[in-house]
Design a protein around this ligand. Structure first.
Ligand SMILES: *Cc1c(COP(=O)(O)O)cnc(C)c1O
Length: 367
């Protein structure tokens, strides 16, 4: 039994007819850039998340960059980011010329540790980017209080957590702006790259709209230094179909996650947690154990996929060397990089597949 980390073909086959039809309609329309599929999808996502504006862009990374630009964050500004995240969170900060200021994560949720945030706020802090990591909502209440008090903009990195909730409210609806990614493996994934900026602020939305098309409102008259960063019409049509299914898929992820948790509870493995009033959507099922190597070897021999998220903390990356952090600066992040890894979880996974994964993990720990 070969078990992949995720199975995008299985997902396609489950909705093939609807998807093929949506693609065909775009091909027949002859319109491939923006247009009604994109604007309708933007409205549907805004409704889903409970925000007033959504602007489709070319990727989640671009969504972060354009959000920072729209909020006028750049050279000389500091942006607080978690030390443990997909590096694109940091790439965006670097691309606008701002300085990433790292904070450690909470050891049980892997999200930004809020108590560390207050310690690194300076007069130059212009933004905080909490990452809703692996499908779990980062701590928002205290963060928003702090940000409001200091006049700091909050940009949520919601690339991994489409559909997650914090006190009944969807992640991505809290910040001054939020970024979504439709990278194929994300909970709402396209058949290529795609992303979106969502916001309740009209000015931010308008500016991102200009930035994504060469910085102009009136064609050929740029007012801002813009980009070419749009969500493809084809991807929007595909994503509109998938949006109808995403709640069901997230629910299926939650059911499978609970089965993993029930079966792995007494193994000594650190498992994902869900505090009260949080809704986890299990983009990845990340577990942690000091015998990671041994477990991964056994899984590998049984043809069960597993993957390390992330092998190094963000502040170790070459583009961050100039900021002079020391190797042990964020011990919780470092520890997560040494011991955590993801095991297969996707909505189409069967119970027997899940039991096979669990059986192999238990074997590895018995040896
Ligand atoms: C995927 C991801 C991004 C970037 O999204 P792309 O669409 O791949 O550019 C940003 N932040 C996090 C946390 C991600 O997981």
């Amino acid at each position: 039994m070969t078990i992949p980390l995720i199975d995008l073909t299985a997902q396609y086959h489950s909705i093939q007819h609807e998807i093929d039809e949506s693609i065909y309609q775009v091909l027949e329309s002859g319109k491939f850039i923006l247009g009604s599929e994109v604007s309708i999808f933007e409205k549907e996502v805004a409704n889903y998340l409970g925000v007033t504006h959504a602007v489709g862009v070319a990727s989640g990374t671009d969504a972060l960059i354009l959000s920072l630009r729209a909020l006028e964050i750049g050279i000389g500004d500091e942006v607080i980011v978690p030390a443990y995240t997909f590096f694109a969170t940091v790439t965006a900060v670097l691309h606008v010329g701002a300085t990433p200021v790292f904070v450690d994560i909470d050891e049980s949720t892997y999200c930004m540790d809020i108590s560390s945030v207050s310690q690194v706020i300076t007069p130059r802090t212009k933004s905080i980017i909490p990452v809703h990591l692996f499908g779990y909502p980062a701590e928002m209440t205290k963060l928003l209080e702090m940000a409001n008090f200091h006049g700091i903009k909050v940009i949520e990195d919601n690339a991994q957590s489409f559909g997650a909730e914090y006190f009944g409210q969807k992640t991505g609806s809290f910040g001054n702006a939020s970024c979504l990614s439709f990278f194929p493996s994300k909970n709402l994934g396209a058949f290529g790259d795609g992303g979106m900026v969502v916001t309740n602020e009209w000015e931010v939305a308008e500016k991102v709209r200009m930035l994504r098309t060469h910085g102009w409102q009136k064609k050929y008259y740029p007012e801002l230094l813009g980009y070419n960063s749009r969500l493809d019409t084809l991807q929007a049509a595909i994503l509109r179909v998938k949006l109808h299914h995403v709640d069901k898929w997230n629910q299926q992820r939650r059911i499978l996650a609970q089965k993993y948790i029930d079966r792995l509870e007494s193994t000594g493995i650190q498992l994902p947690i869900e505090l009260p009033n949080r809704k986890h959507v299990y983009h990845l099922f990340v577990i942690s154990h000091k015998e990671r190597n041994r477990i991964q070897n056994v899984l590998n021999n049984a043809e069960v996929a597993s993957e390390i998220y992330y092998p190094q903390p963000a502040y170790y990356a070459d583009p961050c060397q100039k900021f002079k952090y020391k190797p042990g600066d964020f011990p919780v992040s470092n520890h997560a990089c040494k011991q955590s890894f993801a095991i297969p979880l996707y909505p189409e996974m069967t119970d027997s597949q899940l039991d096979f994964v669990v059986g192999n993990i238990k074997d590895a720990l018995r040896d």
